[in-house]
Design a protein around this ligand. Structure first.
Ligand code: ZN
Ligand code: ZN
Length: 343
């Protein structure tokens, strides 16, 4: 903040709030200055806010945020805020009421801090990986044939929550048959048949940190076409993992995987970026994309998830999580990703 000559930072994002003072309520803002931070929230969270953040933040309970913020903002010449985490209507109301400061967009500042994980955060991510992998192992021990995508998604989620996750990072993607050509084919009522391609993309949560992983293969019997696609994806993953280390541009890691897929003739069928950061948000900086300007740092946690999608036929994606280190990268997911035939 001193570097950017701002006197205060107004936090709106729930993840940032939790990251800075540990408060997990659904509503609250954080006023950060040189002095003790102030956590602003409503009456529903008075007790929870005191328990979770009372030792490191002053708690202010409000009926109207504008009214509570006005006296604080009056003392700040320049104030940064997270434009990416507040909607236009709320912002119009707030900035009209608290207009005696110069508002500056600081959306990326805390994201940059959050992108580099410490040991405690990495341990939480490892625990979230372990919960999701155990659920996968359990669910795939019994046959998937004849079950609906929804049923498989629910059983994964049931196991994950039973193991301690208080939430799941997103609606699980269980995409079978031709639906596997949809990169984000959220589970539906479709029944899984013998010979179907199947993509399973899911994750778990531990202490506020997420995991994210994708398996791909066939159900009931082998599909040589899908197997050849998965082999290309596995090679693309290997190339990206070999390129991954602190100090290299994120787009170079995307390029390493993309070169393998393009070389195999599937360049046009890989229609998304290679990966993303994972932490308190399941999609957070850095982005591993052709447009990324980020240079990777040790402690960043990223996914490597190349995919090939052919409308009308099917598709596949393999997704692992990696920890960037000074000399390379360390896998966080432990079950190897390759073409799989499930019962
Ligand atoms: Zn995923
Ligand atoms: Zn992902």
């Amino acid at each position: 903040m001193a570097e950017k000559s701002v006197d205060a930072f107004l936090v709106f994002a729930p993840e940032t709030r939790r990251y800075l003072v540990g408060f997990t309520g659904s509503n609250g803002q954080l006023w950060v200055t040189e002095d003790m931070p102030i956590l602003l929230t409503d009456g529903r969270y008075a007790e929870q806010a005191a328990q979770q953040a009372g030792s490191i933040a002053k708690i202010v309970i409000y009926e109207k945020l504008e009214t509570a913020l006005k006296p604080l903002v009056a003392r700040a010449r320049r104030t940064a805020f997270e434009s990416a985490a507040v909607n236009v209507r709320d912002w119009a109301k707030l900035s009209a009421a608290a207009n005696c400061t110069e508002w500056i967009d600081g959306s990326d500042w805390i994201d940059e801090l959050r992108a580099v994980k410490d040991d405690e955060e990495i341990a939480a991510i490892r625990a979230a990986v372990s919960i999701a992998e155990s659920a996968y192992t359990k669910v795939t021990q019994t046959s998937l044939l004849g079950r609906s995508e929804t049923d498989v998604a629910l059983e994964l989620e049931w196991n994950i929550r039973q193991s301690g996750s208080t939430k799941v990072p997103f609606d699980f993607i269980i995409a079978s048959g031709k639906r596997s050509a949809l990169p984000h084919g959220v589970a539906m009522r479709r029944t899984i048949h013998a010979g179907d391609p199947l993509t399973m993309d899911f994750g778990a949560e531990h202490s506020g940190y997420f995991s994210d992983m994708t398996f791909a293969g066939s159900v009931g019997r082998e599909d040589p076409w899908l197997q050849s696609i998965c082999n290309v994806l596995a090679d693309a993953q290997a190339a990206a993992k070999a390129a991954l280390r602190a100090g290299i541009p994120a787009r170079d890691v995307d390029a390493a995987a993309r070169a393998v897929i393009t070389g195999a003739g599937w360049g046009d069928a890989f229609r998304h970026s290679l990966g993303h950061g994972v932490g308190m948000a399941v999609h957070e900086p850095p982005r591993l994309s052709p447009q990324s300007e980020t240079v990777l740092k040790a402690g960043m946690v990223v996914t490597i998830e190349p995919g090939i999608y052919v409308p009308g036929r099917g598709g596949a994606r393999l997704e692992d999580m990696m920890l960037v280190t000074e000399s390379g990268a360390e896998p966080l997911t432990t079950i190897p990703k390759a073409y799989t035939v499930w019962d």
